[in-house]
Design a protein around this ligand. Structure first.
Ligand code: URP
Ligand code: ZN
Ligand code: ZN
Ligand code: ZN
Length: 484
């Protein structure tokens, strides 16, 4: 069946124009005027944009003694409902577990996905097995991005020497290093001190990881990436200190990208001081929400291009799971949801306020990350030959976000009560209309794994530059005689 999206305005990262879009066998086959198909989707008054790509999710993730509650089925259903058509999740080996073993576990979970997905790999320990398996993961499995946790001491955290070794290996294999930038040693000390002083509530979570802790780690990761010659992607950038490090690195010509989350852009630290324990604990994530000055910095980064991608870090725990931490904030499972709300919240607080143009919105929700992850223009584009991962966006449609009507499996929503303007009229995943005017028509198992090749143009340019500028011995003449 041939589908046509009629009468809309196509919006890409660099251009907007009125055109119909024709789809056959899951791909875009024609873009132009007066196109005809068997099935017609009316996009009058709407923008026809590349579907969102959320490069940071944790679906059914084992963490802090439990599992995040959205799995690949509910998580990708939530994604599609909000206009996101691809997610990138993290395969997470437990310390000592092989990378390929972990990957097998994530392959098993993801068979239920409603939309396409890819994986990042996490490096949670270092050894010969990890060194060897990195090559297989990259070259045979098409996973080129590797996350390093600089926090979660005693669990997922890696030290500087391990990061150095892993970054170096990644640089050689044409991969990209990612970091969760927080100084885990200092966080662990702060947590112990706060608990000893009787600070046991969720607000202490914010006190335990102030912006300096994130800024220091971001600077350190940038330095190690520079020393080892690997491009670096810093996840969940929440504050000016980390943003400043990224801004400076980019201004110096370093290959560094920063990813703020929609939560940090729109919610602030006052949430942790709410008198209701559940309200505050539901918002516990790392890094924590910050104050308005930090939010302004993140928005400015998106506007000026020093920050590249908006993600969610969707890692949803129920209220019951959050209550594991009553009496000890360090036991509250870290993570918040946002998959369904990222696009509407960013449109409302970004495009509707004039901070972002519609084209910039497409760039930071889809195209930039497709390029960074090396799946552009298959993803992140409205072009002939691209996958028909499309959102038909109605800028006049409004709703008030509430857990009562969300797709996510959890019992609350951190954006509860926020009114958004700008929502999907249709969401298409490889041509299948998964959201049809408010009606969810997802197909469990429709999602396919997206393999990505190493050695992006950025990798190649950085390797060339490092080769030219690497230290080399000075060839001297007239060597002084040695000995007596
Ligand atoms: O609090 C968070 N961010 N939970 C998910 C795991 C991570 O650090 O990304
Ligand atoms: Zn993280
Ligand atoms: Zn995360
Ligand atoms: Zn709002």
């Amino acid at each position: 069946m041939i589908t046509v999206i009629k009468n809309g305005t196509v919006v890409t990262a660099d251009l907007s124009w009125k055109a119909d879009v024709l789809i056959d066998k899951g791909r875009i086959v024609e873009i132009g005027d007066s196109l005809k198909g068997d099935e017609q989707l009316d996009a009058t008054g709407c923008y026809v944009m590349p579907g969102g790509i959320d490069p940071h999710t944790h679906l059914e993730m084992p963490f802090m003694g439990t599992y995040s509650s959205d799995d690949f089925e509910s998580g990708t259903r939530a994604a599609l409902s909000g206009g996101t058509t691809m997610v990138v999740d993290f395969a997470l080996p437990s310390p000592g577990q092989g990378l390929l073993d972990a990957l097998q576990m994530w392959d098993n979970k993801s068979t239920r996905a409603n939309c396409d997905y890819s994986f990042h790999m996490a490096v949670t320990w270092w050894g010969e097995q990890v060194f060897n398996e990195m090559k297989t993961v990259i070259e045979d499995h098409g996973i080129t991005t590797f996350k390093h946790f600089m926090a979660y001491k005693g669990a997922l955290m890696v030290n500087d020497d391990e990061m150095y070794a892993s970054f170096k290996r990644l640089g050689e294999l044409g991969g990209i290093a990612m970091v969760h930038a927080e100084n885990g040693d200092v966080v662990a000390e702060m947590c112990a001190k706060l608990l000893a002083e009787g600070n046991t509530g969720p607000e202490a979570h914010a006190y335990s990881r102030p912006p300096q802790v994130e800024g220091e780690a971001a600077n350190r990761a940038i330095m190690i990436a520079d020393m080892t010659g690997v491009p670096l992607y810093i996840v969940h950038v929440s504050c000016e200190e980390a943003h400043e490090a990224i801004r400076r690195a980019r201004a110096q010509g370093k290959r560094v990208w920063g990813e703020p989350l929609i939560q940090h852009l729109t919610l602030d630290e006052s949430e942790y001081f709410n008198k209701d324990w559940d309200h505050a604990a539901r918002r516990v994530m790392s890094p924590p929400f910050r104050n308005k000055q930090h939010q302004d910095s993140l928005w400015a980064g998106l506007m000026s291009g020093s920050l590249s991608v908006v993600a969610t870090d969707h890692c949803a725990f129920t209220t019951d799971q959050k209550r594991f931490g009553i009496g000890d904030f360090t036991k509250i499972p870290n993570g918040t949801g946002g998959l369904e709300d990222r696009m509407p919240m960013l449109w409302t607080h970004g495009v509707e306020t004039g901070r972002l143009t519609p084209e910039e919105f497409v760039a930071v929700t889809s195209t930039n990350i497709a390029k960074i992850l090396n799946c552009y223009p298959r993803k992140g584009a409205i072009r002939v030959g691209s996958d028909a991962d499309i959102v038909v966006w109605d800028p006049a449609k409004t709703k008030t976000i509430t857990a009562a009507t969300q797709q996510s499996a959890i019992d609350y929503n951190v954006f509860e009560g926020h009114t958004v303007k700008g929502l999907p009229r249709f969401t298409l995943t490889r041509g299948h209309v998964a959201v049809h005017d408010g009606e969810i028509r997802t197909q469990e198992g429709h999602g396919q794994f997206v393999k990505r090749a190493p050695g992006t143009p950025t990798n190649k340019a950085l390797s060339k530059w490092k080769e030219i500028t690497n230290p080399r011995p000075v060839e001297r003449t007239g060597i002084p005689a040695t000995g007596v």
